[in-house]
Design a binder for this molecule. Sequence first.
Ligand SMILES: [Zn+2]
Length: 750
Amino acid sequence: MDLLPALRGIPFRIFALHQPVCPDILNKTSMHLPKRYLITAALPYANGLKHIGHLAGAYLPADIYVRYLRAQKRDVVFVCGSDEHGTAIPIQAMKEGTTPQAIIDKYHGIIKQNFADLSISFDIYDRTSSPVHHETSREFFTMLNDAGELETKETEQYFDEQAKTFLADRYIKGTCPNCGYDSAYGDQCEKCGTSLSPDELINPVSTLSGHPPVKKKTTHWYLPLNRHEEFLRQWILEDHKDDWRANVVGQCKSWIDGGLQARAVTRDLDWGIKVPLPEAEGKVLYVWFDAPIGYISATKQWAINNGKDWEPYWYDKETKLVHFIGKDNIVFHAIIFPVMLKLHGNILPDNVPSNEFLNLEGDKMSTSRNWKLDMQDFIDDFVNRENGGPQLVDALRYYLTQIAPETKDSEFTWKGFQDAVNNELVAIFGNFVNRAFVLMHKLTHGKVPPLHNELLDEKDHEMMDEIKKAKARIENLLEGYKFREAQFEVIDLARKGNKYMQEKEPWIKAKKKDAADATPEQSAAFQREIDNCMHICLQLCANLAILINPFLPNAARKMIYLMKVVEKMLDWENAGSMKLLSVGYSLRAPELLFRKIEDMEIQEQIDKLKNNSLPVPGEAAATTAEPAIAPVTDAPGHTAIKPTIQFDDFAKIDLRVGTILAAEKVEKADKLLKLSVDMGFETRTIVSGIALHFSPDEIVGKQVVVVTNLAPRKMRGIESNGMILMAEDAAGKLHFVRPESMINAGSGVS
Ligand SMILES: [Zn+2]
């Protein structure tokens, strides 16, 4: 809107200060824009490789959000780093026969490189072993302690007299009181998954010396969370009950309702940040305390590296702080760390978008069972192969966002990955861009053709409208942390582009234009129609590059290369514009954005996963490629349990009670009986292999349980519609499975 003509003659200062801004100029989101953003992603623990469940849970959604904010030209800093303290580090060092320092150096290096390889664009990827972090954590502890916000308590803990050291929970092994597994750790049984305390272990032994530990008194500092219940109730359960995800609020509520306890801030260990008190010799800060402070240290380090001021990011209320995490981290980021921040005088997080878990091929991802796909594996097997490269990075990012576990657990399957890439990225998005470029070179001399406004029809207007509307929709979804839906909208816009092009058929118009009987006027008219279609399709390509950029930055980069435009075109404010590419501008020859994933590639991955997986710790029977389909030989008389299914699998089976109305032998088939079964709503014919166990007379009138939705099958020329459930005893005799007392035929069984 041009306000200037009406304001001519009015001094500019008055316009700037007093002229009310037309409400159309401001959209909803820009009304209360924070001055700056600080985005964090959970610090990965540097004791091993990280898998794609981690990537999908915290790093990828954070990266999408940050790339979007950057495209909006907002002031944003994206921090992360390796969490390098805690007992698991020295334990991993023992396993690998090396030092804790060597372990963190190794895994910090690998994880940092993995993130870079998968286009996760941290402003800094720091580490908690850095001097800045040690100093920041000690200052944090000292301030809380001096302010009387910590308590000390004397307790008895296990001590190894040979090794002369207190034992962290992980250093104690014993028999699990729950399942009897004899190598359960002092904090958890890896076989049955129960959380334990060392006191619960039967016959505890120190893993350092192999001797039973003794109890010894020790003093520790605690954060009394119970003092902050009222604040947490108000802040989370009232103030954020609507804008935080339901899973986060729900988990917090159950923690708070369960009664908040004082939590030990220090522990007896020699790996970590020394407690800055003379009386705390031999103690370090608990890793849960120092790790989140790592976000602050990383911001400081980023500021040092870039000559910036870090303090506004942690103290100014105009900063929007957002923690991206997985659901196992909710309590630390939504309850404990905010209490620490509040006591320390910092700002609190505005949101804590937490994701549920990502399963893999029908099972939970597990490092101990090696049922996982590490970021490193994907990089080796796809990105770094000859036909790989950045497009495979985007393929993974695309699928992980499509199945993002935003509200419930979701599942990565190789077939799903292949389908997403081949049927959506290649067939919809890539296909549209490619066709637009191919046709432009064929029909408009490789140049952006003019738009003939007077010829625009309803379909043209509809398409241009969709482009404008898509921006606002995607923006709202991204601002609300709904990345899955936002990405869907981008693909959907490309889908509409394909449909538009298909309906406009510029290639048919080209034929008509070149037809022998076409007059020069007719040819020119057809060309103008082609121009309009191609102009709109090319402007749509430019818009798609902007909109896909937060999700698939490598594809966006390739698109601006093909369009020969500068990176600045990707600024979010340009989305929705129909003037991104100038008329007459020549673009490059088409190149495919994505390649298909072949059957062979996914079969290779499925085989690799099954062949490399390990049994559950302590499980005697090896369950490798085909878990327990063959009968287990060491348990005579019992067949092994079939592989776990999900409730959804079970729910597909329709079981109902039926009453046998009639039964007769099937000719020339000793084992088969032909039954008529009343199912309540209809009478079914079912052929059942029970003739050797029952005579027809004795079973008429009996109730049975029928699998009602089993596909029909012909036996001896008779179509059988369903199956009757039977139990087989040790002697091989069959028994009907049926309700305890007579009920209506057709009653459901579940
Ligand atoms: Zn157990």
